[in-house]
Each structure stands twice: as structure tokens, then as C-alpha cells.
Design a protein around this ligand. Structure first.
Ligand code: 5GP
Ligand code: ZN
Length: 114
């Protein structure tokens, strides 16, 4: 999608630090980390928000969540704990309208979130 930050990162038009990539998803480091580990799992398919998902995307979302868990284990934060977050629309603080799963951990996280 033209003018989409994450499409540009996935196309290598813009730089990012890649942790993982296959034909359907990628994982990059967040540029403004909110915790010692802050990664973004991003589908290569441009989907603006969680509300734009269709049932055809069920497997894709499942793969994103499974990969997030695997990466959390690789980063040795699996047992201590981590959080997976999809922000959707303004009130949740979504700023990039190409869905992405935040993987946040490496410190004690507060609940409820701010
Ligand atoms: P959102 O607020 O939409 O849930 O999350 C967007 C995330 O993308 C934010 O955590 C922000 O720090 C991150 N981000 C914004 N621009 C860039 C960028 O150019 N590169 C990387 N790696 N992350 C970015
Ligand atoms: Zn996009």
C-alpha cells in the first residue's frame, strides 16, 4: 500500500531492524521501545486495523500469535512474562494503520494499561 510506513519497511524502502521474516509475516524492533524487549510482528498483507480482518485472515493472525510466542521464548522473556497488544484506532493509540502485534516484555508491566 502506497504511503504506508510498514509496507515501506517490509519492501525495504525504509530501514528497520529485522528479527524474523517469512513469506507472510515479519518481526522488527520498535523504533521507540517501551520496554527492554519491544518488537512488532507485522503481516506482509496490508490490513489497516483489526476491524478490517476477514475470516480469510484467521490463519494469518494465528501465525502471528504463534510466532510472537516463539520469539518471546527466544528472547528469554517467555517464563517471566510478556504482553501481546493490538492497538485499534484512536483511543487505543494506533498510529500506524497497518496491523501489528506489539510484543513487550523484559520488565514488570503495569496493569491496567495507561
Ligand atoms: P501503534 O501506536 O500504531 O500501535 O504502534 C506503532 C508502533 O510503531 C509504535 O510503537 C512506534 O514506536 C513504531 N514505529 C513508528 N515508526 C517506526 C519506524 O519507522 N520504525 C520502527 N521500527 N518502528 C516504528
Ligand atoms: Zn501497509
Amino acid at each position: 500500500m502506497e504511503n504506508c510506513l510498514f509496507c515501506k519497511i517490509l519492501n525495504r524502502e525504509l530501514k528497520a531492524e529485522f528479527i524474523y521474516e517469512n513469506d507472510e509475516i515479519a518481526c522488527i524492533k520498535d523504533i521507540h521501545p517501551q520496554a527492554p524487549t519491544h518488537l512488532l510482528i507485522i503481516p506482509k498483507k496490508h490490513i489497516a486495523t483489526i476491524l478490517d480482518l476477514t475470516h480469510n485472515d484467521e490463519k494469518l493472525i494465528g501465525k502471528m500469535v504463534l510466532k510472537a510466542g516463539e520469539i518471546a521464548s527466544e528472547f528469554n522473556i517467555g517464563n517471566k512474562g510478556f504482553r501481546l497488544i493490538f492497538n485499534c484506532n484512536k483511543d487505543a493509540g494506533q498510529t500506524v494503520y497497518h496491523i501489528h502485534l506489539h510484543l513487550v516484555g523484559g520488565r514488570k508491566l503495569k496493569w491496567p494499561p495507561g
